[in-house]
Design a protein around this ligand. Structure first.
Ligand SMILES: Nc1ncnc2c1ncn2[C@@H]1O[C@H](COP(=O)(O)OP(=O)(O)O)[C@@H](O)[C@H]1O
Ligand SMILES: CC(=O)N[C@@H](CCC(=O)OP(=O)(O)O)C(=O)O
Length: 288
């Protein structure tokens, strides 16, 4: 027998679901690219919640695309193997031995952990890298960085095929060179390039800060392209935030409707952003 007594929590839950209706309608059929950074990929519990959010999105008619990083996991494996690693301008100097480890960690352990988490929640995730089906072709970024690539061509045909089949692509940030080389690409760069090629409705960059902060340390909930350029010139946007905001600007120029930089450590961060009036993190658009 179901109890007839009403509980305040249930009423609040029902209201939250009801309030989500306009957002559910807005995002039906939308393409949402989500970059999951290595730092945002912490506990198994967090991963399970993230996977649930992604499966829920698919269930309500969104086409999610996951692009992952895995820098900290690559560092740990390189250390185990006694291989030194250095970064220049936020990019890992990648020789042949390092590339082997990068590919093994990204396409192997990290990619499959996300795939399994999504499938564990009833989704149909398929893991691939930019090397599959001509997804990402690269040129060398800078000879001093070794096998680091810059996407020169993105062919999203395989992703459309997967959307039609109800599958969720989970993409490791690697690309193919014209001469058959494998290139290591920054995860934010790949997410931006794929979002542009798909003309995505949203690009969500999940990281380990609440959003883009101003000089007073307050998170800005909305930023224009001009504000980003100003804040970068003034040194307020610095370090690891630079590749993210650069990716955001390039994606908007490439036809993405909005980019959000948000804290992936917050439970259900993606749902909060898409399906509540509060949103989360910093929304970047051409005009605000
Ligand atoms: N204006 C800013 N607002 C927020 N974070 C900033 C800003 N400027 C620099 N940062 C730094 O950028 C970092 C996020 O980049 P990063 O650590 O590379 O993320 P991830 O590992 O998720 O790719 C933050 O932890 C913060 O230290
Ligand atoms: C060229 C380059 O630096 N590639 C990155 C790819 C992984 C990545 O981007 O991971 P996060 O998103 O977790 O930082 C690397 O080797 O670490």
């Amino acid at each position: 027998m179901r109890k007839q007594t009403m509980n305040r929590d249930w009423i609040a839950t029902a209201r939250t679901l009801s309030e989500a209706l306009p957002y559910l309608q807005r995002y039906t059929g939308a393409i949402v690219v989500i970059k999951l950074g290595g730092h945002a990929m912490g506990s198994d519990e967090g991963m399970e919640l993230f996977a649930r959010d992604v499966v829920l999105m698919r269930q309500v008619g969104v086409n999610p695309v996951i692009v992952h990083g895995g820098g900290p996991m690559i560092n740990a494996m390189l250390e185990k193997l006694g291989i030194q690693s250095t970064f220049v301008g936020g990019k890992r100097v990648t020789d042949a031995a390092t590339m082997d480890v990068v590919e093994m960690v990204l396409s192997g352990r990290v990619n499959k952990r996300i795939v399994q988490a999504i499938n564990g929640q009833g989704g149909r995730a398929v893991g691939l890298s930019g090397k599959d089906a001509g997804l990402i072709t690269c040129t060398r970024t800078d000879p001093a960085l070794g096998l680091v690539g810059t996407p020169s061509e993105v062919d999203p045909a395989i992703l459309h095929t997967m959307f039609e089949a109800g599958m969720i692509p989970v993409i490791a940030p690697l690309g193919a060179g014209d001469a058959g080389e494998t290139f290591n690409i920054n995860g934010d760069t790949v997410a931006g390039a794929i979002a542009s090629a798909l003309k995505a409705d949203r690009l969500l960059l999940l990281t380990d800060v609440e959003g883009v902060k101003n000089a007073e340390g307050e998170v800005l909930t909305a930023l224009s392209a001009d504000q980003i350029r100003e804040m970068t010139a003034e040194g307020i946007i610095a370090g690891g935030m630079i590749p993210k905001t650069e990716t955001a600007l390039a994606a908007i120029e490439g036809g993405v409707r909005g980019v959000v930089i948000l804290d992936g450590r917050v439970p259900n961060a993606v749902l909060l952003e898409l399906y509540t009036e509060h949103g989360a993190g910093s929304l970047i658009r051409e005009e605000i």
